[in-house]
Design a protein around this ligand. Structure first.
Ligand code: FNR
Length: 231
């Protein structure tokens, strides 16, 4: 059996370490309206990108790039693309829902000192990538793993992060000048925040609520020990 080249202990974290990991997971929030204008230091930004870059990826493809946007005029073009897409999105909801939708703040593009577009280079790793042969989208999934690493690291650093997906992809492509083989996966707004919601903001505002976990776990579905899930 081959041994790890430089083994690290694989046991449980200490109580404090474990508590910190779960705290980051449970208190991470999507941030739209609570950004402070003060900059994120280079050291912190580097730690966040380093955390993102340590995400799992199919065949160790590491298909991501991180486009860091600080320029006010670039942000304002992106913000305008959001506004157009958001008008289209709003019109699709039934009247009552639309009224509530129009009260929601769904981005902090201009207020956040840093925006990051996380992209996926679908050509990285060549024609055949280990693990990707039967599901071409595993490169996109890998990129989303990088986003989640970034999000959790940001929480631990006291940096708020908001994911904005209300765009026509073509708008992002043209503003950011992305070549065809590069997909914009996530547009993120980052900055210091003073406070965070203690529950998802969309829940606090009556848009949706967290589903009970028990309804989502199907255990021993085919055996005698079925506990949860549909009959
Ligand atoms: C892929 C994807 C895309 C988006 C989001 C998330 C994800 C995963 N979310 C944030 C989303 O609304 C939020 O995560 C949930 O409401 C849960 O809240 P917390 O993240 O727990 O605060 C989000 N929020 C928002 O205000 N505008 C947006 O365009 C999006 N887009």
């Amino acid at each position: 059996m081959p041994q790890p080249v430089s083994p690290v202990p694989a046991g449980r974290f200490s109580d404090n370490e474990r508590e910190a990991v779960y705290r980051a997971i449970h208190t991470r929030r999507d941030v739209r309206g609570q950004f402070r204008p003060d900059p994120i230091s280079e050291e912190v930004l580097h730690r966040l990108l380093h955390a993102a870059h340590h995400a799992p990826s199919v065949g160790l493809m590491q298909p991501w790039n991180f486009i860091v946007i600080e320029d006010a005029s670039a942000k304002s073009r992106i913000r305008e693309a959001f506004r157009r897409a958001n008008d289209t999105a709003a019109a699709l909801f039934p009247t009552e829902r639309r009224a509530l939708y129009s009260t929601l703040k769904l981005e902090g593009i201009s207020e956040a000192p840093i925006n990051i577009c996380v992209t996926c280079d679908r050509s990285r790793g060549g024609e055949v990538v280990l693990g990707r042969t039967h599901n071409r989208d595993t490169d996109i999934y890998s990129t989303v793993c990088a986003v989640q690493n970034l999000w959790l690291a940001a929480r631990a650093e006291g940096i708020g992060l908001g994911w904005v997906s209300i765009f026509e992809e073509e708008d992002l492509r043209s503003i950011l000048q992305l070549p065809d083989h590069v997909v914009p996966v996530a547009y993120l707004c980052l900055g210091h925040v003073t406070e965070l919601y203690d529950e998802p903001e969309l829940q606090a505002r009556g848009w949706a609520s967290r589903l009970p976990l028990d309804n989502l776990v199907f255990r021993d579905r085919w055996g005698a020990r079925r506990r949860n899930g549909p009959a």
